[in-house]
Design a protein around this ligand. Structure first.
Ligand code: SF4
Ligand code: SF4
Length: 373
């Protein structure tokens, strides 16, 4: 076990844990065995046959939000999430996964999403006026979390597309509205592959897939490819899609939004998709000024607490990570946070009543009145 990660595991073995200050899980629970270094020591002992891969080790592998803060901090660029992904897959295959993760996966299977809801029906309720287009040139893949928890992002996206006179994008209307990321982060690899295969055969027929959520964008572009479902050239993030239109179309602004705001970088936007600068460019393009910054921003961002399946096993701690992140807004007397991940939007809203949390596309839609030509 872990032989593909032997070099990384041995590198961590002799390190004084330089990355732990970047790990939101360790900063919350102060448990060294949950720090990136501690997790790697345990997995290395399993690799060397010093301890068995049992329920305790399996449970530890879920103490990670997959943020890659450790990789950013590490001078060797060690990637810890893939090591823990292997551990979680082994936990599922050996049926020694934590009971709440097991329940999470079982719930997923009821409607092929983590919310146990018919999300296609919900999507039709969110976009009742959106006519079915025959052979659209592009489809918009909203994400299960967006449909279930932050539906206004979908209506705001189509409102913005209308204002920019982009009429060739249709919502993705298939029964499965999830890319499978929740299954992958739970360690349910074979279930993920089954779902990815169904999605792949449906999505590969389409010319262009505009993805609204950074975790979905990464999963559809990169994780699918690893399992030979190659959609890389067809998938584009909503930011990359909007960029040329926002640069080249003249539009009037609804109002000069002088609201003081701070931009929260989701881990998937900056560390997996490298879109930190692009998000800032889009905000500056429509509002005329750059967003306020958290102390930890762009590649040094700090997770909102909702990454991976951490909130499934440690709900209260995950909420505390969110609250800790938002503290800085009060210190800087800022009451608006713009971000771009439905999980971050949902989690931040849930953990603050006094801060307005907006998705980036919703913010752009707020700013723009109409296109002039
Ligand atoms: S990831 Fe890098 S900094 Fe962290 S323990 Fe391993 S070698 Fe050290
Ligand atoms: S990916 Fe994030 S949560 Fe996981 S070990 Fe690294 S810093 Fe900690």
């Amino acid at each position: 076990m872990f032989e593909d990660h032997a070099k990384a595991l041995d590198t961590c073995l002799t390190c004084p844990s330089l990355c732990q200050s970047a790990c939101p899980v360790f900063l919350e629970d102060s448990n060294r065995s949950h720090s990136p270094w501690g997790l790697m020591q345990t997995m290395n002992r399993v690799r060397r046959g010093q301890i068995p891969f049992d329920e305790t080790v399996a449970e530890m592998s879920y103490h990670c939000v997959g943020c890659k803060g450790c990789t950013t901090q590490c001078e060797h660029g060690i990637e810890i999430p893939p090591v823990l992904e292997e551990a979680r897959q082994k936990a599922v295959k050996s049926d020694i996964l934590p009971s709440n993760i097991k329940g999470f996966v079982e719930k997923f299977h009821r409607h092929n999403n983590p919310f146990s809801k018919d999300l296609l029906k919900r999507l039709d309720e969110i976009l009742p006026a959106q006519k079915k287009q025959k052979d659209p040139k592009a489809i918009y893949f909203a994400s299960c979390t967006t449909i279930s928890k932050t539906p206004e992002i979908i209506s705001d996206t189509f409102s913005l597309l209308n204002k920019l006179k982009i009429d060739f994008v249709a919502p993705y209307r298939e029964a499965i509205q999830c890319c499978g990321y929740p299954l992958l982060s739970a360690g349910a690899e074979s279930d993920f592959v089954d779902l990815a295969e169904v999605n792949y055969h449906s999505l590969k027929k389409l010319p262009l897939i505009v993805s609204g959520s950074p975790a979905c964008t990464y999963t559809l572009k990169t994780a699918y490819k690893k399992y030979h479902f190659d959609l890389e050239d067809k998938v584009i993030s909503i930011n990359e899609f909007l960029k040329p239109y926002l640069k080249n179309i003249n539009f009037t602004l609804k109002k000069k939004l002088r609201t003081k705001l701070m931009l929260h970088d989701p881990c998937y936007s900056v560390r997996y998709l490298d879109e930190g600068l692009l998000m800032r460019e889009l905000i500056a393009e429509v509002s005329g000024y750059p967003p306020g910054e958290f102390f930890d921003h762009q590649n040094s961002t700090s997770c909102s607490g909702q990454g991976g399946c951490y909130s499934v096993i440690e709900k209260e701690r995950a909420d505390r990570i969110t609250k800790e992140r938002l503290k800085e807004c009060y210190e800087k007397d800022t009451r608006t946070v713009v971000t771009q991940c439905p999980s971050c939007v949902f989690k931040m809203r849930k953990n603050s009543k006094r801060i307005v949390v907006k998705d980036l596309v919703s913010y752009l839609n707020d700013c723009i009145e109409e296109a002039l030509s």
